[in-house]
Design a protein around this ligand. Structure first.
Ligand code: MF3
Ligand code: CO
Ligand code: CO
Length: 257
């Protein structure tokens, strides 16, 4: 298992930092546009324009035939929502997931946005998803196992009475988009890949108000909760360092933990 996971050098980390910075910048840039009445396609277009302005490549566009530059997942959409003419409305919650390529390095990150005022339950779900990601990142260091990370996410989310999606996971990333290892957001401590400096991957827990089961829509991309309950997700790209990890996609506006 170890062999399959690439080790990135300190020089590679410089490139990963630049790609991660741009992904975070795009998510900051789009935030003020998330208002009642805008379409998800307009949000996608704004992200794409800003990516191109930085001479970077939107990694999703054309990836396995995916049509757009971002994934925008509204309310009960778990992930891979395709931007469309649908208008977002007050009370909606949405995830915008951006992956950019800068000088051959990938940066992949997603965040939740709220349109106007959302329900207390929706806000609680979003808070749990953000906290689950950040507490998982705090465990990433040499010698830790991916099973430690997955089980910490699962324990935290289930203690808050939400469920963890099993059908989608985080992934190795770097000079390729989706690489080994698979980063599960559930599992058993002491199992899975033992982390080493230079491992680079995403953590991107999707959590639901109801059950964890998902269903794929006929478009072949959009994953929704089977019970139509709300879903939330945050994603960062991280690299293992000598004594912990670096969050490549952290924005200056965000604080850690
Ligand atoms: N950015 C997504 C991830 O976190 C992948 C989207 S692939 C696409 O891995 F083709 F749907 F865009
Ligand atoms: Co990802
Ligand atoms: Co992503």
């Amino acid at each position: 298992m170890d062999q399959k996971c690439r080790i990135y050098s300190p020089e590679d980390f410089v490139g990963l930092r630049r790609a991660g910075w741009l992904a975070a910048h795009i998510l900051d840039h789009v935030a003020p546009l998330v208002v009642n009445g805008i379409t998800t396609l307009e949000l996608d277009q704004a992200c794409q324009d800003e990516i191109l302005k930085h001479n970077a490549i939107p990694a999703c566009k054309g990836y396995n035939g995916y049509p757009n530059s971002t994934c925008i997942s509204l309310n009960h959409v778990v992930c891979h929502g395709i931007p469309s003419a649908q208008k977002i409305r007050n009370g909606d919650i949405l995830n915008i997931d951006v992956t950019v390529i800068v000088d051959g390095f990938y940066g992949d990150s997603s965040r939740m946005y709220v349109v106007g005022k959302a329900s207390p339950k929706a806000l609680e779900l979003i808070d749990a998803a953000r906290s689950a990601l950040m507490l998982a990142i705090d465990l990433v260091k040499p010698g830790a196992r991916l099973g430690d990370v997955g089980s910490a996410i699962q324990n935290y989310v289930e203690a808050r009475k939400f469920s963890v999606v099993r059908d989608y996971c985080g992934h190795g990333i770097g000079r390729v988009f989706h690489d080994e290892p698979a980063v599960l957001h559930f599992g058993k401590p002491g199992t899975g890949l033992k982390l080493k400096p230079g491992h680079v991957f995403t953590i991107e827990p999707m959590i639901n108000v109801g059950g964890h089961e998902t269903r794929l829509l006929a478009d072949g991309w959009t994953a929704v909760t089977r019970d139509h309950s709300l879903s939330a997700q945050f994603e960062h790209t991280v690299g293992v360092t000598e004594d912990g990890c670096e969050i490549f996609t952290i924005s200056p506006e965000e604080s850690r933990g």
